[in-house]
Design a protein around this ligand. Sequence first.
Ligand SMILES: O=C(O)CCC(=O)C(=O)O
Ligand SMILES: [Fe+2]
Length: 266
Amino acid sequence: MGDVPSASTSTLYTLQDFELCAMAVDLETVHVEALPEGAFYISDFVTEDEEDWLVNKVLSAPQPRWTQLSHRRLQTWPSPLTNNNTLIAFPLPLWLESIIIPRLKDLGVFKDSPHQAPNHVLVNEYKPGQGIMPHEDGAAYYPLVATVSLGAPIVFDIYEKHGIEGPGTGAAETIRRPKPKYRILQERRSLLITRDKLYTDFLHGIAEVTRDEDLGPDFVCNWNLLREKAVYRGGWYERQTRISLTYRDVLHVTKMGNAMKFLGGR
Ligand SMILES: O=C(O)CCC(=O)C(=O)O
Ligand SMILES: [Fe+2]
């Protein structure tokens, strides 16, 4: 399990134990300048105690909440989208809402999105050697993702769309491991915001490796914004279990009653 605390051993804080501080950061000061528009990186978005509490909440979700995929597992809150990319209106659970959403509001992250706040969260867990193939998040969402990383650092790769060869069209190596155009190092407790062109014109993914390599100022776009550079002195980092909370605003939302009418064909 790396150093992600398990649900049973983690200190049991309640939400009241946290002094929830505001997030007084000017986004311009955390802009990742080496990337196309727009990425922002805050290395210290949640405290160690909050991280511990959030990880504990993720790991204590009932087993049916998890979808086991071949290279990671996933929770979808409040629920998966319908076949026509609609969200059935339902509040996010308090543990996903309470610490993070007020801070995103302080930063003004979702101020221009249709609901002025995220309404959907995917929770991904990656064990060493796991990842996610290059993909785009698509048109169901306002083009902005706010990702909170927990448990361990991981490298997030960004690809040019035309740089990805389809099966049978390129060299075998390109298909197996296309080369990222940019790399972002996401530390534990950090927030990464990706939006605009970076959302619409690029793909993103996480390599299925047991160690992230080439970690240094020449290869990591957000190097100057990292909290802790010394741990990458050797230029690599052994993967440990990493959890991401990815906040988005789903464009189409319907009330449960409307969705039932639709399903009933009336
Ligand atoms: O875990 C991450 O940081 C990325 C996850 C992702 O790309 C997704 O859920 O669409
Ligand atoms: Fe994604």
